[in-house]
Design a protein around this ligand. Sequence first.
Ligand SMILES: [Zn+2]
Length: 258
Amino acid sequence: MRKYSLQDAVRKGFPTWASHQTNHQSSVRKSKAKPNGKKPAAEEKKMYLEPEYTKSRITDVGFKELVVLPREIDLNEWLASNTTTFFHHVNLQYSTISEFCTGEACQTMAVCNTQYYWYDERGKKVKCTAPQYVDFVMSSVQKLVTDEDVFPTKYGREFPSSFESLVKKICKYLFHVLAHIYWSHFKETLALELHGHLNTLYVHFILFAREFNLLDSKDTAVMDDLTEVLCSGGGHGGGGGEGASGGGAGAQNHGKER
Ligand SMILES: [Zn+2]
């Protein structure tokens, strides 16, 4: 299986938004039909919503508790550590289906009836396929999380004032990648028996983003139906799950439950 190579993406020198934080480099456009004239995919059945798949997880851990800022840990450190981890996990999850995410199979970065466009550092719209878009995302995020000025690791270095907005941007782009995996590659994820991993990652990511208000509800609306099922906390869900012992009950009582 071909693995997605981050190094390759970085070497290709894709544009990034790292040095142009104020530029609006990604936006959402609604399209009524796919470019190839097919019916909008939204009318097709969403396999990932089938209960037999949505209940699949790799752990019963109570994510609502897990995402809460621990006492004595600096908020920015917590955001940095988790964001970096989510980046690696989303990258890994995408790598499992990347051989199917080709320029032919995924001509645009589409999720439901929404199409994402990348904007280069001059703000110019870049026409790209889904794998190219994912490359843009991964290389940009990689550049950011390894930039000592943005994600400082050395003692005494401080986070920039733009840190939170950069974390929000990273989360938005990681969300796009996750949504694309569900929308266009769920069948393959299922064949690889990795849907439990995907669901678990999605729940953890969404609950973390909710806890710190990192995602705009307008941006996540395309996946509201899935989020509702996976993160509502009912049954085997994000609130700790029915099978969670100890942590589950605590998570249900957590004040920030939404
Ligand atoms: Zn794809």
